[in-house]
Design a protein around this ligand. Structure first.
Ligand code: PEP
Length: 231
């Protein structure tokens, strides 16, 4: 199973080092067969990657060019050097707030693969699209832009479930994961208000290969409880 912690715009370098100490302590002696990845802000990538034991780190985004006049952007080469081996691409907050499109997601995914980063590509429908019965069409359209590469990981994150405390139902998750797996041979994670109270049930759903966790991953003990809830 995959357990991925998306910290979003949270934690300073100092705070991320304290987190690393705590999660290392919790995982010590645990024989884990899981892949655990933390996605801190860019500024904490380097030090977090040096402090964590047995946990990988990833970037929350990249730009697709290698270098150049792109003020404010970060390249795949730079995040690799800072210790990242994964990168989240197309998170709904980037699509909604920062103009990310299916086309830019595709370019970033190809660039990540070229530079040896594992892309964790987020897809999902809005509440309006779900209510209009368009979920599967939206997912199909988004998948059309995703490289069919064996390193790709998909995160299904219904927009209405992110940061709202309302996760999708087991039936809703199972239906979409089955559809995704029919199109692409990749691990499919669920994301959207996962916490230690609902993770056992969510991780037990057919077709769920792990979780991408936002808010609940900010606390090391809570993140550890979510990992422990996997059968
Ligand atoms: C996310 O940021 O990808 C996410 C799923 O957030 P949350 O767990 O807070 O809903």
């Amino acid at each position: 199973m995959f357990f991925m912690a998306n910290w979003k715009m949270n934690k300073t370098i100092g705070e991320s080092e304290s987190y690393a100490e705590r999660i290392n302590e919790l995982l010590e002696g645990e024989e884990t067969k899981h892949t655990i990845v933390i996605f801190p802000p860019f500024t904490a990538l380097r030090s977090l990657s040096e402090h964590l034991k047995g946990i990988s780190v990833g970037a929350q985004d990249i730009y697709y060019e290698e270098s150049g006049a792109f003020t404010g952007e970060i390249s795949p080469i730079m995040v690799r050097e800072a210790g990242a081996s994964y990168v989240i691409i197309g998170h709904s907050e980037r699509r909604r707030l920062f103009g990310e499109t299916n086309e830019s997601v595709q370019k970033k995914a190809l660039s990540a693969l070229k530079h040896g980063l594992t892309p964790v590509i987020c897809i999902g429908e809005s509440i309006g699209e779900r209510e209009a019965g368009r979920t599967i069409n939206i997912i199909k359209e988004q998948l059309g832009y995703i490289p069919k590469d064996k390193k790709v990981i998909i995160a299904y994150e219904p927009l209405w479930a992110i940061g709202t405390g309302r996760s999708a139902s087991s039936e809703e998750i199972e239906e979409v994961h089955r559809f995704i797996k029919g199109i692409i041979d990749a691990p499919v994670l669920y994301g959207g208000s996962v916490n230690s109270r609902n993770s056992g049930e969510i991780l037990g759903i057919e077709g769920v290969d792990g979780a991408l966790i936002g808010g609940a991953s900010l606390d090391a003990d809570e993140f550890f409880s979510i990992i422990k809830s996997a059968k």
